[in-house]
Every structure is written in structure tokens, then in C-alpha cells.
Design a protein around this ligand. Sequence first.
Ligand code: NAG
Ligand code: NAG
Ligand code: NAG
Length: 186
Amino acid sequence: MFFRILLLSLAVFALSANRAAAFSNGLVAASCESMLPGHSTFMPQNSASPYTVSTSMSYYKPGDSVTVTLEAAGNSSAFLGFMLQARVIGGRVPVGCFTSINSSLYQGLDCNNSPNSSVSHQSAIEKTQLQVTWEAPLNVAPGDIMFCGTFVKNYQLFWVAVNSPPVKMVGVPSSFEPGMRPDHQH
Ligand SMILES: *[C@@H]1O[C@H](CO)[C@@H](O)[C@H](O)[C@H]1NC(C)=O
Ligand SMILES: *[C@@H]1O[C@H](CO)[C@@H](O)[C@H](O)[C@H]1NC(C)=O
Ligand SMILES: *[C@@H]1O[C@H](CO)[C@@H](O)[C@H](O)[C@H]1NC(C)=O
């Protein structure tokens, strides 16, 4: 289902990029929802991703930091580009934000009016493993999440919807409904 939406999005988003494997930044970032790089004439690969997304924790509390590792599995060759977001499972907007972004290697993207809610590569140097830090929101209880990645091996070859295992939300009072703000309790 999600994948079909991505394929449909491909027809809609025709973002041009001067740089191979680029993701856009700015107020209207077409890649935010589709997580497709600006390669409008190519389709994502259907094969199993040679790259993986994993997390330092399988649960989080509001305000927690989670280290997310992106890597080439086994002897897979390096990737040049990536994009990563935390999403509520089944959702399509990013939650939380990435912190301590090393701006010589990575860039934070402003998706859904939320600065640094996505992160992508800055330089197209070859990468086989990297780590970024994500911080859970303090005042919202989004529910269980996963990290959703795109990996770009080269201009023609990229994989989307490469997901981490679920990261469950814990430590939120049971009177909160998922997505509810603590200051909006009945
Ligand atoms: C990686 O490649 C080396 C040398 O070709 C091989 O010995 C090794 O088993 C491979 N490892 C994996 C995980 O495929
Ligand atoms: C986004 O990340 C950059 C790089 O770490 C940082 O300079 C900037 O302050 C962050 N923006 C916000 C709103 O946190
Ligand atoms: C950012 O990355 C560059 C290139 O790898 C490295 O030289 C620098 O030390 C890093 N900065 C921080 C604050 O980690």
C-alpha cells in the first residue's frame, strides 16, 4: 500500500536536481512525503535493499535520544546518498527531529514545517555505515514509530521505504491517547 503510494508519487513529483542523488530542502520539499530523490525518470528498486536501518533502542520515552545506524549489509557496495525520517507506524509525516547534525556530512531538512525532522546526505562521498541521532518530541505522544530510509547507490539505483524495526513508545501516562498533546487532556 505504502509502496503503491510512493509509485504514484513518482508521477507527481518531477523535481529536477543538478547534483546526482540530491534531496531538496526549503519550504516545499517534494521529497518529504515520497522520500524519493530527485531522479524523476527512474523508479525505486523492487529488490530487497542491500542497506539496513537499525536503532540503539526498541522503545522510547518523550524527549529520549535514539541513535540510528544506516549501513551496507554484508559485502554490499557503498551508498552515496540517503534520506531518513521517523514516522508513526503506518503514518506519512515525520515525527521528532535529528540533533547534532554534522553539517559538513549531512543536512537537516524542514519537512512538515518541522526543522530537522528529516536528515539526508550533504556530500556524495561513499558511505558504508553512518549514525545519526534522533530526539523524540517532549510534549506530544505520537505512538510507536519506525525509521524510514531511502538509500541511493547511484543515479539509477535507489531503494525507498527501507524501514527499521518498530520503536515502541513507553512511559506516557495511560490517560494520553496516541497523538494527543499532554496539555489537551479532557
Ligand atoms: C565478503 O567477501 C569476502 C571476500 O570475498 C568473503 O570471504 C566473505 O564471506 C563475505 N562476507 C559476507 C558477509 O558475505
Ligand atoms: C537543525 O540542525 C542544524 C545542524 O545541526 C542546526 O544548526 C540547527 O540549529 C537545527 N535547527 C533547529 C531548529 O533545531
Ligand atoms: C564532521 O565531519 C567531518 C568530516 O568527517 C569531521 O572532520 C568533523 O570532525 C566532524 N565534526 C564533528 C563535530 O563531529
